[in-house]
Design a protein around this ligand. Structure first.
Ligand code: CTP
Ligand code: MG
Length: 237
């Protein structure tokens, strides 16, 4: 029995528009990928780490992180990602070793995710939950602007909503089955799914939400990089 982290880092970072794939954009002297891996390793729960990166950057990626504290005891692999996030996760799953029974799927773009969050998600899966996501409360007022399935246009009760983060933790068999079904059937709901928990839920598996953390925000647009820089400065203070 062992735990693996599939770190998806193969996106192009179109919205960040920083001139290189997002995981390789430098923050405080180090690529986002390195910040993300450093925090995953500090959690100390992963026996394997699969980096899913743009094709051609596999060697460079393992070299960037292999010297980080805690990397010594971890089986490290890097594979090429796919055209979308889902196929990148699938590429990572295909590279897992036989003994892995719990998988954490994490966005490199959530590069400042506290190690405690990684640990808590892993613990919740080990405690028996088949699928676990961290979620944070919504602080803005939310309004639906077009009629949705099962709902009308108008204000949405934010008390029942959570913004979903990563890492998301799964029993390996559950996650593999969900990705297999999504690839096989190409369901519209699967195509619309923006995370792994949504795929798992399509098969009827319940998803457990644990408290997320503000610092696990996703670097998506230029303003997020400014925020990340401020968070690092605060950590170092
Ligand atoms: N990702 C991936 N493979 C893809 C697309 C996304 O591994 N084909 C990863 C990204 O590297 C990121 C995470 O999924 O760590 C979340 O995706 P997102 O924030 O959308 O990143 P990008 O797709 O790179 O950004 P954008 O959508 O602005 O191009
Ligand atoms: Mg994207």
């Amino acid at each position: 029995m062992s735990t693996a982290c599939v770190l998806v880092a193969a996106g192009s970072g179109t919205r960040l528009a920083a001139g290189s794939p997002k995981a390789f954009v430098v923050l405080d002297g180090r690529p986002l990928l390195v910040h993300a891996v450093e925090r995953v390793l500090r959690a100390g729960v992963c026996d394997q780490l699969v980096l899913v990166v743009p094709d051609g950057r596999q060697q460079e990626s393992t070299a960037l992180v292999s010297g980080l504290p805690g990397a010594g005891g971890v089986v490290l692999r890097a594979v090429a990602g796919g055209v979308d996030r889902r196929s990148s996760v699938a590429a990572g799953l295909a590279a897992l070793g036989d003994d892995v029974d719990v998988v954490l799927v994490h966005d490199a773009a959530r590069c400042l995710t506290p190690p405690e969050q990684v640990l808590e998600v892993e613990r919740a899966v080990r405690a028996g939950a088949p699928a676990v996501v961290p979620g944070v409360a919504v602080t803005d007022t939310v309004r639906a602007v077009a009629a949705r399935a099962g709902g009308a246009a108008g204000p949405v009760d934010r008390a029942s909503l959570r913004l979903v983060q990563t890492p998301q933790g799964f029993r390996r068999d559950v996650l593999e089955q969900a990705h297999g079904a999504a690839a096989e059937h190409g369901l519209p709901q699967a195509l619309a799914a923006t995370d792994d928990a949504s795929l798992v839920e399509l098969l009827g598996t319940p998803v457990t939400v644990v408290p997320g953390r503000e610092e696990a925000f996703k670097v998506t647009r230029p303003l997020d990089l400014a925020l990340a820089s401020a968070v690092l400065a605060q950590e170092g203070a």
